[in-house]
Design a protein around this ligand. Structure first.
Ligand code: 5GP
Ligand code: ZN
Length: 120
């Protein structure tokens, strides 16, 4: 397992630590959720692990509780935001070709409009 201590050069580590301001919509012992600064849908929230994990490619069986929490927090948020009935998208980008720009694990919640498939 790679080192998961906070990385002072990591944007999301700094947001989780409160060093960089964000619009936080959820926080618990494992996950912090913030509104995306450049929303790609009417609702665009990032569910971020508190631990510095480079991407979902770094996860193992031991991360089951974290993964469950990430998805449950997103589903709870979608219900509370009133976008769950129509459906929404949860996605995590991995690496350059996956479109990942911040190398710290996060799941995008995109909702409030119909999504297209496949993504670009
Ligand atoms: P990725 O490209 O890694 O899948 O997702 C990173 C996301 O973080 C992008 O959607 C981008 O708009 C968002 N983002 C980048 N910088 C900031 C920031 O400083 N604050 C917030 N709230 N979101 C950010
Ligand atoms: Zn980080």
């Amino acid at each position: 397992m790679t080192d998961r201590t906070p990385d002072p050069d990591c944007l999301f580590c700094r947001i989780v630590a409160g060093e960089i301001p964000s619009e936080q919509v959820h926080a618990d012992d494992l996950v912090v959720a913030i509104r995306d600064i450049q929303p790609k849908a009417p609702t665009h929230v990032l569910f971020v692990s508190r631990e510095h994990i480079a991407s979902a490619a770094e996860l193992s069986d031991a991360d089951g509780p974290l993964l469950g929490r990430l998805y449950a927090a997103a589903a709870d948020f979608a219900r509370a935001a009133g976008i769950a009935e129509n459906g929404y998208r949860l996605v995590t980008n991995i690496g350059t070709w996956g479109g990942q720009t911040v190398p710290h694990l996060h799941i995008h919640l995109l909702g409030g409009r119909a999504m297209t498939w496949p993504p670009g």
